[in-house]
Design a protein around this ligand. Structure first.
Ligand code: ZN
Length: 215
């Protein structure tokens, strides 16, 4: 098994920092930064690097200790609202605007046994779509490959597939070269955020019958 990074690469973070990421991508990256300490560290290093580049142009544009202050700023995750259901409570602030009345208020669609999805952002001009996934404990996503890039981040719970195990804040990027079957951990329901441009392609009968409905 090849080790796969669970943190978004610098390209995604740079686009987000520059404000050039389309809305679904920006929401995904912001949620990743809220939940993943390694991602926050990578982002802080990029910010410091950006400051140093500015230094080369404008002397003293960045004060000493700037990296520490950026790290300190990023190290305070949003507090859990009291009394909220667990999945709602672990929802990063960057996503709450898309579900102001909580997970239960979304239009969930059943895709397979134990697997439900609800759209958060549709019809963005970039072509990117953002949805939430709910996978019941021990249930599997039907085996599939991809027509384009698929980014999945765990918000709560966890899952594993042929490439590794993913917990809260971890991102898995899959593309047409990857065929996999994610299986949820026992324990709490696995809640994930999915960003994609093209629908998946199911590779095993009878899952293939569902393909026309996944567009
Ligand atoms: Zn996939």
């Amino acid at each position: 098994m090849t080790a796969v990074s669970h943190v978004l690469s610098d390209e995604w973070l740079v686009d987000y920092a520059a404000g050039t990421a389309p809305e679904p991508v920006a929401a995904f990256v912001a949620a990743h930064l809220a939940l993943s300490a390694p991602a926050r560290k990578a982002y802080a290093c990029l910010e410091a690097l950006g400051g140093n580049l500015l230094d080369a142009i404008e002397p003293a544009a960045m004060s000493p200790g700037a990296l520490e202050s950026v790290l300190a700023r990023l190290d305070h995750p949003a507090p859990r609202p009291a009394g909220a259901p667990v999945a709602d409570a672990s929802m990063p602030a960057a996503l709450r605007r898309y579900l102001p009345r909580g997970m239960g208020s979304l239009a969930w669609r059943k895709l397979a046994r134990g697997l439900h999805a609800a759209r958060l952002i549709r019809d963005d001009p970039s072509g990117y779509r953002l949805s939430l996934l709910r996978l019941d404990p021990g249930c599997a996503v039907p085996r599939h490959t991809h027509r384009g890039e698929e980014l999945v981040m765990v918000l709560e719970g966890g899952y594993h597939d042929e490439r590794g195990h993913y917990g809260p804040g971890d991102v898995e990027i899959a593309d047409p070269s990857v065929e996999h079957q994610p299986i949820a951990d026992p324990g709490p329901v696995c809640v994930g955020l999915i960003l994609w441009q093209a629908p998946v392609r199911l590779t095993r009968f009878p899952g293939r019958l569902l393909n026309p409905f996944l567009r």
